[in-house]
Write a protein that binds this ligand. Sequence first.
Ligand code: IPD
Length: 274
Amino acid sequence: MAGIDLELCLQTGQRLAREAGVMIKDAFKKKKNVMLKSSPVDLVTETDQAVEKFIFSELRKTFSDHRFIGEESVAAGEKVELTDAPTWIIDPVDGTMNFVHSFPFVCVSIGLTVNKEPVVGVIYNPILDHMYHARKGCGAFLNDERISASGETDLSKALVIGEMGTSPIPEKMDCVFHNAQALVAKAHGFRSCGSCALDMCLVASGAADCYHEAGIHVWDIAAGALLLTEAGAVVMDTAGGPFDLLSRRVLCASSQPLGEQVASMLRQYQPPRD
Ligand code: IPD
């Protein structure tokens, strides 16, 4: 990572997240122009597109030699190419379905990878004014206060999150419902919040103990994965193996034993890789 000023990257990410947050908050209560992407529940609005364009154009002014991956650029036809080069990975509005309904669980997610590893993560919910940030080796923070995972190991005491996702194909939904039923029976509580990045923040801050999903994309998880490990949580594949940013599967947990137990219970679904 020689030659990369990670503190400058973090500060720039936080500044742009706050500026993007103003755009999201301004549009939040207004009527949205909603367009469909891969399915009737995979949505995009003018705000998603405007926020991504804004963040990328600002980042390019300071980091012209870096690479960029963004949800809406990929939707518009760009390929996901994760190399060892410094790469900014953006979800301009994570929780677009929530945003469309003015449900206050929305955020902008900005991650930076170097050598394919997340090194900076910023996730900002402008409606609740929750700013999460992490820099590799320096801890994870919510509104500048250090956060840590709960450390819970016992599923019967754990609050677990699972999501419906945005690709409602029958094979996948069978897994989603089977897994929800299994977890509802064994966990203390079960939730769906509608934003992958914020679900990861909830586990990182100890507000929830586990989150799993198959079908997410690299832009949903790049920033959150760093927040989790910096907060002492574990991030793995949904089957319990090593976490892979491009595999479209994630399981995060407050402890290794809890993660392994949940992984062993899940019916596995493998979407095409990013
Ligand atoms: C979606 C949200 C949702 C998750 C989906 C994601 P988007 O992101 O994070 O909670 O279940 O898998 O695609 O489309 O709102 O950016």
